[in-house]
Design a protein around this ligand. Structure first.
Ligand code: BES
Ligand code: MN
Ligand code: ZN
Length: 498
């Protein structure tokens, strides 16, 4: 879908559809008023008949209104004017796209981005509209033999702004919105891909393809390379699988060599059966999403490369399956990580931290300014925060605040949990330096505590996306999160230091 901005007036738009908003109690927004005046009260007459009250998530489609040049006018109910904040705005945009997809309109001009939203600038409204719009047409049908029918007709969306001075800011917002939306689609496609196809080798191949289109430097470490490095924790997860593990490294350079990079580490378990600590069968298919951390790193790299952000970023993806097998790691096995610390594997289903810990040690060689790992790490995080917020744990409060601020900014929420020493005791082992699980209590925090022991050489943050990376049920599918959070974090950093 193409997006553009312009300055115009609703009655003079030629195209297939003009979209204007109406607040509750039939209160017209400014552009709706302009349209109403130009059409001798056509809109207000219809509203008076009771066809649209202006409640949130309601719409009304009108055709061929006299004195207008467009084929259709789509009225969007916006809810109460005093309550028009983030959620109301996003609901309105979503309602507009959904209604448009039910029509034959191939283009539309939105007069919604000019409505004041509490504490939000035009740039925010524009880029968010692009994220919602792109989301509304996303389909994953590459594995279906027959292409889906009823595909949306909408091709082009123009977002109207009030005056010319907003065009420059608007263009940048469009560029950023499109790059993030594209990055989300990359993450979604990888997440949704079937796990017999999306293997560690497939992820490595995707990275190499990405390197060609986006000028990234990609290298892939094979198992023998990881053995040489002493990555005993990562390899202990891979040893039960027929699919060889890969450690994928993708470097984006938007700045000089001397500038320290941000390192993004993404959990790439392409299928998590639990291993010998086998998971129950119900919904196990969803464990194909256990590589969504990796997918979000690929998506974020795509987005920042498209924006040509002036910043250095390294993506590190430990990729493996977690399978039960005669050669698989057993509960009670003790493995030695690349850091030298030994780990008693009490539960082979706590495999994410085992692959991440070696990747975190490997990250040291990039002398990073900050390291952020992203992982579908704990079911406990879903219990704590549901499907709304990503869990955040960090050894540096400034970094945590930066991430929380970015999350807030792009509506890709995160919530911080504590990394207090009091929790570290739960990882005690009688037979190794630490156990890989801390028991049922505070499962997300003890997983963070485990990782923190491999991240003390730099500023580090951990994002647990177990509840936010995909949707279950009828709407099953990858969400593309936390690509917006990570991309916004990097945008803010790049602009603050350039
Ligand atoms: N990939 C899972 C976490 C997960 C489970 C994410 C369900 C989303 C939904 C992870 O590898 C795992 O199995 N974690 C265990 C840890 C436990 C054994 C300490 C969990 O959360 O049950
Ligand atoms: Mn697991
Ligand atoms: Zn897992």
């Amino acid at each position: 879908m193409d997006f553009g901005i312009k300055v115009g007036t609703p009655e003079k738009q030629r195209g297939a559809c003009v979209v204007v908003g109406v607040f509750e109690s039939r209160k017209l927004t400014d552009p709706a008023k302009v349209l109403d005046n130009a059409t001798d009260g056509y809109i207000s007459n219809i509203l008076r008949q009771g066809d649209l009250e202006g409640k949130a998530n309601t719409t009304l489609l009108l055709h061929n209104i006299p004195n207008t040049l467009c084929k259709r006018v789509l009225l969007i109910g916006l809810g109460k004017e005093q309550e028009f904040g983030d959620k109301a705005y996003l609901d309105a945009i979503r309602a507009a796209f959904n209604a448009l997809h039910k029509t034959g309109a191939a283009d539309a001009t939105f007069f919604l981005t000019e409505i004041p939203v509490k504490e939000r600038e035009d740039a925010w409204k524009i880029s968010q509209a692009i994220l919602v719009g792109t989301q509304s047409i996303y389909r994953f049908d590459s594995l279906k033999s027959m292409p889906e029918k009823n595909k949306p007709h909408l091709r082009k969306v123009i977002l109207n702004v009030v005056n010319n001075s907003q065009l420059t800011v608007g263009k940048e917002a469009i560029q950023q919105g499109q790059a993030i939306a594209h990055g989300m689609n990359v993450a979604k496609d990888l997440g949704n891909m079937a796990p017999n196809i999306c293997t560690p080798a497939y992820l490595a191949k995707q990275a190499k393809d990405m390197a060609k289109t986006h000028k990234l430097k990609v290298s892939v470490l094979e198992q023998k390379d990881m053995e040489k490095l002493g990555m005993g924790a990562l390899l202990s997860v891979a040893q039960g699988s027929r699919q060889p593990a890969k450690l994928i490294v993708a470097e984006y350079r938007g700045r000089g060599k001397m500038e320290k990079p941000v390192v993004l580490v993404g959990k790439g378990v392409t299928f998590d059966t639990g291993g010998i600590s086998l998971k129950p069968g119900a919904n196990m298919d969803e464990m194909k999403y256990d590589m969504c951390g990796a997918a979000s790193v690929f998506g974020t790299l795509t987005a920042i490369a498209e924006m040509k952000l002036p910043i250095n970023v390294v993506g590190i993806i430990p990729a493996t399956e977690n399978m039960p097998d005669g050669n698989a790691t057993k509960p009670g096995d003790v493995v030695t990580s690349m850091s030298g610390q030994t780990i008693e594997v009490l539960n082979t289903d706590a495999e994410g931290r085992l692959i991440l810990c070696d990747a975190l040690t490997y990250a040291e060689r990039y002398k990073p300014d900050a390291v952020i790992d992203v992982a579908t790490l704990t079911g406990a995080c879903v219990i704590a925060l549901g499907h709304v917020a990503t869990g955040l744990i960090s050894n540096n409060n400034e970094l945590a605040q930066e991430l929380l601020h970015a999350a807030d900014n792009v509506n890709d929420r995160a919530w911080q949990m504590p990394l207090w020493d009091d929790y570290q005791d739960l990882l005690k082992s009688n037979f190794a330096d630490m156990a890989n699980i801390g028991g049922r209590a505070a499962g997300t925090i003890t997983a963070g505590c485990f990782l923190s022991r491999f991240a003390n050489k730099y500023r580090w943050a951990h994002l647990d996306i177990a509840g936010t990376a995909w949707n279950s049920g009828k709407e099953k599918g990858s969400t593309g999160r936390p690509v917006p959070l990570l991309a916004q974090f990097l945008i803010t950093r790049a602009t603050a230091t350039s």
